[in-house]
Design a protein. Structure first.
Ligand code: GLU
Length: 421
């Protein structure tokens, strides 16, 4: 088992112990049910060919078909894919969705690929993984560097292989192909709903505008920023790979989105202070630091020392590694954990999957109510366990997820490995 996965499981084990779960049941969650490793052969536009490493992990399906995104990133590897699939298992359970957890990835730099090359990789990935995919088996979605466009290519390739239209085999598709209005903003909006629901427990008081520093200005980051700005909070710093832009009076998010779209970097924003140091955002004085980029940003005690915030919201998956947990607790920084703060994406994915099965379109208002309801319910459940067990938010979130998972694992009886075949 990879070190990454083992480290991630420490948090689950801490929660299991806290609520007194049977070790035998929890042990079902220590290994993925299956992981397929494959090579995706890419014919480049110049005629040359390269072979890309790719994985798809179905971690656990006790609660339903496995669900989770596919990322394209040069650093993707087996251990990361399995760890993220484990996190999806916890997230879907916490959000009360009838899904298990899965994840996929291709080790490739999407910025190096033309549109046609991206399409070939997306379709090649589906051909390589088709035997473990399917609307009732494993349902992918977007993740880092993949979005609606990639899901459209993937669902078209999968339907071709299946010999029938399989729209609900993928979520995060364009609306024109059975996608859900509101799926693209869902992760960022969900992060904001989670922040509002938990702000008192995060030591941020019950009301009033907050100052927020944001790492990452991709899809999730910008939708979070819009929602937070609309609610009266002030985004005082935003970082992307080009650096950090800071304005203690608050950045204008619409303008920043425009700049990012046109010039590709937040530091091109006209006002405020621009620094070419992307890490500057981490030490910005603020109420809330929001992580909406990649994983592993806060890896240890040293990284915690640089922070200057009261609370953290994890919109990215695993931005804080378990080795930093106790230093954060000692510093009095409460964390709204990823499995709650970014649960909005998979929640609206669930609505999209249901829409595909029903063949009846949902309207945007219903989607938005569903998102609000699911995050609020999950937050209420986490709050109850925090109070019941006098514990932190992340441990409570794992405890809620584990209770649901363990009830399902026990109910499956001797076929607790349900879903393997
Ligand atoms: N990639 C997203 C996540 O990590 C969404 C997963 C999904 O919608 O299935 O939660």
């Amino acid at each position: 088992m990879s070190e990454l996965l083992e480290a991630a499981q420490q948090r689950m084990e801490r929660a299991a112990e806290l609520i007194g779960l049977e070790q035998e049941v929890v042990s079902h969650l220590l290994d993925p049910i299956e992981t397929l490793a494959a090579s995706v052969r890419l014919r480049r536009d110049d005629g040359s060919a390269v072979s890309l490493k790719a994985w798809r992990c179905r971690y656990n399906s006790s609660l339903g078909p496995t669900k989770g995104g596919i990322r394209f990133h040069p650093s993707v590897h087996l251990g990361e894919v399995e760890t993220l699939a484990f996190l999806m298992t916890m997230k879907c359970a916490l959000m009360g969705l009838p899904f298990g957890g899965g994840k996929g990835g291709v080790a490739v730099d999407a910025h190096d690929l033309s549109t046609m090359e991206m399409e070939r990789v997306a379709r090649g990935y589906v051909r390589a993984m088709a035997k473990i995919l399917g609307p009732d088996r494993d349902v992918p979605a977007p993740d880092v560097a993949t979005g609606e466009r990639e899901m459209a290519w993937m669902v078209s390739e999968y339907s071709e292989i299946a010999g029938s239209i399989q729209r609900h085999a993928f979520t995060g598709k364009p609306v024109a192909l059975g996608g859900m209005p509101g799926r693209t903003p869902a992760t960022g909006r969900g992060g904001h709903i989670a922040l509002e629901a938990m702000r008192d427990l995060a030591g941020l008081g019950e009301e009033g505008g907050l100052t927020i520093a944001l790492q990452g200005f991709g899809n999730a980051g910008r939708w979070f920023a819009r929602a937070a700005e609309n609610a009266g909070h002030s985004i005082v710093a935003v970082a992307d790979s080009s650096g950090t832009i800071t304005d203690s009076d608050g950045l204008d998010i619409d303008e920043l989105v425009e700049v990012k779209n046109e010039k590709g970097k937040v530091t091109a924003y006209g006002d405020g202070d621009a620094s070419d140091d992307p890490e500057k955002v981490l030490s910005t004085e603020c109420d809330v630091l929001v992580f909406a980029a990649l994983g592993g940003v806060i890896a240890d005690e040293e990284d915690v020392k640089a922070l200057n915030c009261k609370a953290i919201v994890e919109i990215a998956n695993r931005p804080i590694l378990p080795a930093a947990d106790s230093a954060l607790a000692d510093a009095g920084i409460e964390v709204v954990p990823d499995i709650l703060a970014n649960g909005g994406g998979v929640t609206v994915s669930h609505a999209e999957w249901v829409q595909g099965r029903q063949g009846i379109d949902w309207d945007e208002e219903d989607v938005s109510d569903y998102l609000e309801q699911k995050i609020s319910d999950a937050a209420d459940n986490v709050r109850e366990v925090m109070q019941e067990c006098d514990t932190d938010m992340r441990t409570a979130a794992y405890a809620v997820a584990l209770r649901r998972l363990c009830a399902a694992i026990s109910a499956h009886g001797t076929r607790a490995d349900f879903g393997k075949s």
